[in-house]
Design a protein around this ligand. Structure first.
Ligand code: GDP
Ligand code: GDP
Length: 454
């Protein structure tokens, strides 16, 4: 089956027959003027430097597709970040910290003619702390006479310096040979870009109505199609059309195969839920409105949160709801589901088919939130305003300050906050609430990580 290729911003790029691999990411870091752009252009095989932005405009990371000896990778150029008010030192260090978060391999470029500067030393301290492979590049070694200058960079303690001339190409091939040797086949940090129909896991405890929903949504056609295709065993996933849009419901075989387990049923049910979530982008947790919201329901919701997938809550058997029960349900929702009040809720009846089409906007909203990316500059504007209005409370006479932040991933949106001290969980939750107020993030967990810098 053809899959749609969706770009970073959700734009449609075309079709592909294969799931694209997650290209490993190589990041280039270093202070301004060491030759990072020149190296990018050399690796990409371009003769002239590309000027992409107007001077003075802060831009985000720029990522290119590169290859060497048939090995493909993404090349991330962090060089466009402008030094800000905190000065060049801090900016370069932050850039390196972020690059380390975002890549599989780091190329750290130093100008061998200048030798290591204080800024370089600061970056070195950060690079020493990572487990990821780091290549120390001594650039501007345009001929052999200059090699001894490169050798001086051993003093940085990052191992062997690799002398290159980004401008003339000298040494770059040898460098790339070594880089591709340590590149993983699949990135540990890259995000899948190929989606096709979006993948939905239908979840919930026994008898909430999962198979009913599946049957209602899939209708009878599905059976006919499978018979024609001559399939002998249950397909694991099914393509299901709801209100004109096709979705992949994952692990429907698991829903249909009604295994009656007694001992450890709960344990196996949660394994199945976890496995389904692994393949899904969004989890629809079904709740039976005729029953009190139970611990088991809450555990299933927790599994979705832990998996980092988007979340939709479907309140099923709405046809059986009377006024009394409805009032109780409202109170239960308020009490038990406050921590996921951001999740879209739909009231459905899987048996009658009532409001099943409302699942579509709910799924779309949740996936939109899950996909959201906030550019670094915008996010820092948001942070600056928030911190000014509500600084972190004093703790033991000290006040941790947030220096800078960036969204390192989407799916789910994941932020790293660089701060001078530990940020209280309440304060991080406050930031998350503000993020939701400002940017929506409907239906998605938000992750805020910290990096504490002295
Ligand atoms: P960036 O700020 O780190 O991206 O540095 P650029 O790639 O813009 O390079 C800064 C300056 O160094 C430019 O004038 C380049 O032409 C020069 N440069 C870059 N690489 C080399 C090199 O290998 N040899 C020499 N001689 N100059 C270089
Ligand atoms: P599963 O175990 O989650 O797959 O649940 P099923 O789909 O097998 O449903 C369990 C029982 O609830 C069956 O008897 C269904 O007919 C019934 N059921 C499911 N959805 C609804 C609904 O929306 N309304 C009513 N009245 N009954 C439902």
């Amino acid at each position: 089956d053809d899959l749609a290729i969706i770009g970073e911003d959700g734009e449609f790029l075309g079709f592909s027959e294969q799931q694209s691999e997650l290209l490993p990411v190589v990041a280039i870091v270093g202070r301004p003027n060491v030759g990072k752009s020149a190296l990018v252009n050399r690796i990409l095989g371009r003769r002239e430097a590309v000027v992409e932005d107007k001077p003075g405009v802060t831009r985000d990371r720029v990522s290119y597709q590169a290859d060497w000896n048939d090995k493909r990778f993404s090349l991330v150029d962090t060089g466009g970040w402008e030094p800000d008010a905190r000065g060049i030192d801090a900016s370069v260090a932050l850039q390196a910290e972020i690059a380390i978060e975002l890549c599989d391999v780091v190329l750290f470029v130093v100008d061998s003619r200048v030798g290591p500067t204080a800024t370089d030393e600061r970056v070195v301290q950060l690079l020493r702390r990572t487990d990821k492979p780091v290549f120390l590049i001594a650039n501007k070694v345009d001929d052999a006479v200059l090699e001894p200058e490169a050798a001086q960079l051993w003093a940085l303690g990052l191992g062997e310096p690799h002398p290159v001339s980004a401008l003339h190409g000298r040494g770059v091939a040898d460098l790339l040979d070594m880089v591709i040797k340590v590149l993983p086949d699949e990135s540990a940090v890259a995000q899948p870009k190929l989606v096709g129909p979006r993948r939905v896991a239908i979840l919930g405890r026994p008898n909430v109505g999962k198979s009913s929903l599946l049957n209602k949504a899939a209708g009878e056609e599905r059976v006919v199609v499978n018979d024609l295709a001559g399939t002998t065993r249950d397909p694991v996933d099914e393509q299901v059309e709801i209100a004109g849009r096709v979705w992949t419901f994952v692990d429907t075989a698991g829903i249909r195969r009604r295994v009656h387990m007694h001992k450890g049923a709960d344990f196996y049910a949660s394994l199945r839920t976890t496995a389904a979530l692994e393949k899904a982008e969004v989890g629809v947790v079904m709740l039976d409105v005729t029953q009190e919201i139970s611990d088991q329901d809450l555990r299933i919701i927790d599994l979705v949160l832990e998996s980092g997938r988007a979340l939709v809550l479907a309140f099923n058997k709405w046809d059986l709801l009377d006024e009394d029960r409805r009032r109780m349900l409202d109170r239960e929702i308020e009490k038990d589901l406050a921590h996921v009040e951001w999740a879209p809720r739909v009231n459905i009846s899987a048996r009658t088919g009532r409001h099943l089409e409302k699942l579509v906007p709910a799924l779309e909203a949740a996936l939109d939130g899950w996909d959201t990316r906030i550019p670094t500059a915008k996010f820092n504007g948001f942070l600056a305003e928030l911190v000014q209005e509500h600084p972190h409370p004093l703790r033991g006479g000290k006040q941790p300050r947030i220096l800078f932040g960036t969204q390192v991933q989407n799916r789910p949106p994941t932020f790293v906050l660089f701060s001078t001290g530990f940020l209280d969980p309440q304060y991080r939750r406050f930031i998350q609430r503000r993020l939701r107020e400002n940017y929506g993030f409907v239906g998605t967990p938000i992750v805020t990580n910290m990096r504490i810098r002295e």
